[in-house]
Design a protein around this ligand. Sequence first.
Ligand code: NAD
Length: 475
Amino acid sequence: MIPDEVPNLVAGEERPPAGGAWLEKLRPADGTSLCRIARSGAADAETAVAAAREAQPAWAAQTPVDRGNLVREIAELLRDRRDEASELVAAETGKTLELARGEVDAAVEMGFFVAGEGRRSYGRTTTASMPHRTVLTLRRPVGVAALLISFNTPLPNIAWKTFPSIFCGNGSVLKPSEHTPLSAWWFGRLCHECGLPPGVLNVVHGLGPEVGMPLVEDPRVDLVSFTGSSATGRTIAEATGRRLAKTVMELGGKNALVVCDDADLGRAVEWTVASAFSNAGQRCAAASRIVVFDAVYEEFRRLLVEAVDRLDPIGPVISEASLERVLAAVTAARAAGATVLRGGERVGENGWHLAPTVVEGATPGAPLSREELFGPVAALYRVPGLAEAITLTNDSAYGLTAAIHTASVHRAMLFAEQVAAGVVVVNAGTHGSEPHMGFGGVGQSGTGWREAGVEALDVYSETQYVNLVVDPGLA
Ligand code: NAD
């Protein structure tokens, strides 16, 4: 099932990279070779964009209902092939099959939600200021979309961008992470099996600067939709800014989870563990700052450490470079006076496994408190009360998600009103949104757009205002 070589998909055909170069993809679980992937460059980006450009008008001419129906068929086939998809994701990421299956399910749900928009994609009809006129809005495709994504949850990341982009009538070029090529390769095949016309979705593999940047800079690309780190997002936004292309950024997070003195501590610990360590902490919504009221700090810390000691293996991080980056950050925090209560070390010799790590005593200004690590590290902070918890939550360049554990609806609402975050969760974990709800952040977590939900339609289509003279003789 796993090919030796993962080619590009251009105009419905699998093609080797124009330059003939390949990259080796290793298995995060044990460091052994998984496959080789196309090391694409500017020439591959160029042909993929050309294919998308050529296919787009005929695709856009199909009705939204028909395009939605095809999205539904793709989602159904994805559901039918859940096991196959999960095995690929587990192999390329090292996550458990159980986690991978949940992600396939999430991708399927996104497809079903988007498919339904085919019969529900409303515009506005409203009053005109002049007599005998009607004013309304229509949704139009943007044109050609470059979709650049992160590795962390490969199929949901693909689904969140490709389904609405395809549905809205765009031609798309998907550039998956070089760490997760298999899911994107497989998804492209699945789409064509369902009858997606050649060129509507193209997939190019390789390194960001080599094939991602040529896509971003191509003047025929009308929309760049990016999910990844804030640093890469800034580089891409600079390039798209120069040519004023529509640019959508879903970026990093340094998410806080607040535990008040009236919280159910057992529950708060469970959610902290899930939020900080699931997917080995490689979630944009991962809780990395755990802010605990003084009155319950010691008890919470005791329960948290016990829960971490009971944890099953959390799976590897995606690469040796990731592992080293996280270890270096913990080492630096320790050198600056923080205490590592648990973890802070590599587990085993094969693959890129890190122990779930709990740190206390890092100052709010320390790099560990400010920079996204994208690994299994939770730092504890103690605060006297809610006002200080909110101040600390907001003391971040990011603003993606935030959670509070409290029995008080007043505290919960104050928190929601006062924290700068795109998602606020009360008495659960820091997590993403459901397929029908918009997801995105403020500050360095994004550029104000929301993906998923009907909000995704605003990303992948343009609204056009139509002013209709009802009777030219009267107007
Ligand atoms: P990354 O920024 O390193 O890479 C993301 C994608 O950009 C990859 O496909 C990569 O190849 C490409 N890329 C890298 N450099 C590029 C360049 N110069 N030009 C064009 N493309 C380039 O991020 P990552 O390590 O894959 O993912 C982790 C980050 O993604 C974290 O910051 C995480 O918070 C974020 N993320 C955000 C969301 C969200 O919805 N907000 C969701 C998932 C992940």
